[in-house]
Ligand binder design. Structure first.
Ligand code: UPG
Ligand code: MN
Length: 737
């Protein structure tokens, strides 16, 4: 509370913050690991093989540098773990303090970009789920941005608009169930026979709707008779291509219209289709461009003070989520500081032990809690409620309390007039010579537009909140193939590194604007890509040295081994403990470790090189959209947690080469032990190195499967196998001589 303002004794906050348990244990344990790390350094410095051959000295020095990097990086990650906080809300206080009238409007933005990769049925499920929020419908407006400019998506949305007339009344009878029809009907109906008739009837309607959409999606065009049903289809008459077309803006449900009601006569939320103008000459800035067009167009139509942004696969799983978010924004004491409330990204198609470790478990369940405590989480692109003002560039000020009330829908103008005038706002030229993409809206020029936008909002003085309730607010899909996963992480790592190397580097840009701990909280992510070097070194050189017989670690009988062993084992225990506390399984943790290794040696490596290439002007930024569907065979393997290779890729060549190097190292190491007169001696000398290789081999196990044992179409393609064998043999030969 500011000085001068009267203390209100009776004031009850709308949300509460608690510190997480177990912090003290964590700090102690981390400190002990840190001590072990210091001993490792001391060992490296005092036992440097100065008198040995050059190769040995170099190998040793490299390893030391890699270890220094790991220690530094590890210390950075502690900042995110030091002081995690948990938030909880009081929705009952919110509803007793504010009636329906007093709640702010919410504009919901759903982004889609490709009907092939993001099937229209999935998109409309997301749309229907957000239309069904437990919130006054006249306060809700849902906007679908279609960067794919697809009439198939438009058709699906039109069908969804119709279906919402029966779906929303049905949802009002539900309690906690998910509001995406697909997800809802996946679960069996329990109890209540009065519901059964309704249930069967709605289920039938949904299935019909789904078949209609899927048939037309398969067909790939809209039949003439359907075309006649809505004036919107006429727009596609002059669409040249997906990348060359005018703005298409259609208000499918006009919430102000007295006829826009569901079968029970209740108002429907406004529903709008937007496909912003695209011309080959112009840069479209991917999702950031789409979002900015949505911000402007929605300001013309509904202009709600709060904006929710979701990706097209992220359906709403908790109808109360808006009210939760409002508890933060509308808190009388602290609400006015908050620019955005970020929910975690959660997923519904994870395999049992999360094969690709796509759930980002530790980030979502632990690191972001620490991020929040350090000043506010980053914006992670989806499942985020924004204050329109702060997203549009407003600086934080104590005086600005937010205007929740007031008319948020312009009553006077007709829908077609709004469409006509709104179109201009989504044209290619509108942003020229404006601050859009810079200080206004989402930032351009970065593959992780979300992170950089969040950072700049915080640097304008705002705070953000991370809210991770038990019941997940949004559920989306993760990629089902290894390559999709690696490409997605490459995009992320690339974007993050790009920010670090730009003027937005948090320690420079954030200096004096945000607290140091918040600046540093960003760094572990921004430096993801840099990990590639130390990791590549650690997975190759010890194996090669084993082949050649170069000693890199202390002897097993030497006390220094203890420091290495402790740092490794305690480090693993800590990470395993965290993983389990965050709800993971042991197998899941192993998968997680494996995926860290895989992405560090491939995604991060390419992220690093591509970032440099772009900085020096050799390439342009791209945005590879993640596939949200997979064919039947791939899905089946995914369910069984069999890793998917299938298509040739350099990333796989790297992984396969490294895996074989480790295997050679391991085999040769063990052979030496066996062949030695006194096996104990070799084991004593090379023990740690052999263990390291064995661990790597164990982690690489799915690759050996894919290389040598599998026959299905998801195995490593033979071209990759041959290349990898050649490279690995070559590397060993060079190492030996
Ligand atoms: O030109 C484009 C490209 C993408 N998208 C949409 O952006 C969203 C995210 O794309 P996706 O391929 O699913 O990427 P993810 O890696 O899964 O997305 C995460 O990472 C992105 C930044 O890299 C953020 O924009 C996302 O919100 C965040 O969920 C999807 O809804 C797309 O339809 C567009 O609207 N226009
Ligand atoms: Mn996605």
């Amino acid at each position: 509370m500011n000085k001068g303002e009267p203390e209100r004794e009776d004031y009850l906050p709308l949300f509460e913050t608690r510190t997480a348990r177990g912090r003290r244990l964590f700090r102690l344990f981390s400190a002990s690991i840190f001590i072990a790390i210091c001993f490792v350094w001391v060992y490296r410095v005092t036992y440097f093989p100065a008198g040995e051959a050059k190769a040995e000295r170099l190998a040793w020095l490299g390893l030391f540098l890699a270890e220094l990097w790991f220690s530094f990086y590890w210390s950075l990650t502690l900042i995110l773990r030091w002081n995690p906080v948990l938030r909880s809300t009081f929705k009952d206080r919110l509803s007793s303090r504010y009636n329906q009238e007093a709640l702010p409007g919410v504009d919901i933005f759903v982004c889609t970009a490709d009907p092939g990769l993001e099937p229209p049925v999935m998109v409309i499920n997301t749309v229907l789920s957000v239309m069904a929020y437990d919130y006054p419908p006249e306060k809700l407006s849902v906007y679908l941005s279609d960067d794919g400019c697809s009439e198939l998506t438009f058709f699906a949305l039109l069908e969804a608009a119709r279906f919402s007339e029966i779906w929303l009344p049905f949802c009002r009878k539900l309690k906690d169930e998910p509001r995406s029809p697909e997800a809802y009907f996946r679960t069996e109906l329990v109890g209540d026979s009065a519901m059964t008739k309704d249930w069967l009837c709605i289920k039938k309607s949904y299935e019909d709707l789904k078949i209609r959409i899927e048939t037309i999606t398969k067909l790939g065009r809209i039949p003439a008779d359907i075309r006649k049903e809505h004036k919107g289809f006429r727009e596609w008459g002059i669409v040249l291509s997906q990348h060359d077309h005018q703005t298409i803006l259609q208000i499918l449900i006009d919430g102000r219209d007295a006829n826009a009601i569901d079968i029970e006569g209740k108002v429907l939320p406004t529903l709008v289709y937007l496909s912003r103008e695209k011309r080959p000459k112009y840069c479209h800035n991917f999702k950031a461009g789409a979002m900015n067009a949505l911000i402007r167009v929605s300001s013309r139509i509904s202009n709600a003070p709060i904006i929710l942004n979701v990706d097209c696969d992220m359906y709403s799983n908790n109808p109360e989520a808006i009210k939760d978010a409002m508890c933060f924004f509308m808190d009388e004491k602290k609400g006015h500081e908050i620019a955005y409330v970020q929910y975690p990204q959660s997923f519904y198609n994870l395999s049992k032990n999360d094969l690709y470790s796509s759930s980002l478990r530790v980030i979502v369940e632990l690191e972001l809690l620490g991020f929040d405590a350090n000043g506010g989480p980053s914006y992670i692109g989806t499942g985020c409620f924004h204050r329109r003002a702060s997203l549009c560039g407003k600086k934080y000020s104590k005086e600005f309390k937010g205007e929740w009330r007031g008319p948020n829908k312009k009553i006077e103008e007709s829908a077609s007039f709004l469409e006509e005038t709104g179109k201009v706002l989504a044209s290619c030229t509108y942003e020229q010579d404006t601050d859009w993409g810079n200080e206004m809206g989402l930032k351009y020029g970065c593959p992780v537009e979300d992170i950089i936008t969040g950072l700049s909002i915080q640097c304008r003085g705002w705070r953000s909140i991370y809210f991770n309730p038990e019941r997940k607010a949004f559920l989306g899909v993760v990629p089902k193939t290894l390559l999709q996963y690696l490409i997605q992480h490459k995009r992320w790592a690339e974007g993050e590194l790009q920010i670090f190397l730009s003027k937005y580097c948090p320690v420079i840009y954030g200096h004096k604007k945000i607290p140091l701990k918040l600046q540093l909280s960003y760094c572990p992510y921004f430096l993801w890509a840099v990990n590639c070097f130390a990791t590549l070194y650690y997975v190759t050189v010890p194996s090669l040295c084993l082949v050649k017989g170069i000693l890199l670690f202390p002897k097993m009988s030497c006390p220094w081994t203890l420091s290495f062993a402790y740092a490794m084992i305690a480090g693993c225990i800590k990470s395993l403990g965290e993983f389990i506390c965050c709800g993971g399984t042991f197998q899941g943790w192993l998968n997680d470790q494996r995926m860290w290794m895989f992405k560090r040696t491939t995604s991060y490596f390419f992220a690093f090189s591509d970032t440099l290439a772009r900085m020096f002007g050799f390439s342009e930024s791209t945005f590879v959209i993640t596939e949200k569907v997979a064919d039947e065979e791939i899905s089946q393997r995914y369910e069984k947690e069999v890793m998917e290779f299938g298509t040739p890729s350099v990333m796989f060549t790297i992984l396969a080469t490294l895996a074989q190097l480790n295997l050679f190292g391991c085999v040769l190491g063990i052979r030496n032990v066996a062949a030695d007169d006194v096996p104990v001696k070799v084991l004593d000398q090379f023990g740690l190195q052999i263990i390291l290789c064995c661990v790597l081999v164990m982690l690489n196990q799915p690759i050996y499967q894919g290389l040598f044992f599998r026959k299905d179409s998801g195995k490593v393609p033979s071209s990759v196998t041959y290349q990898a064998i050649v490279y690995a043999l070559l590397a060993c030969t060079i190492a030996m001589y």
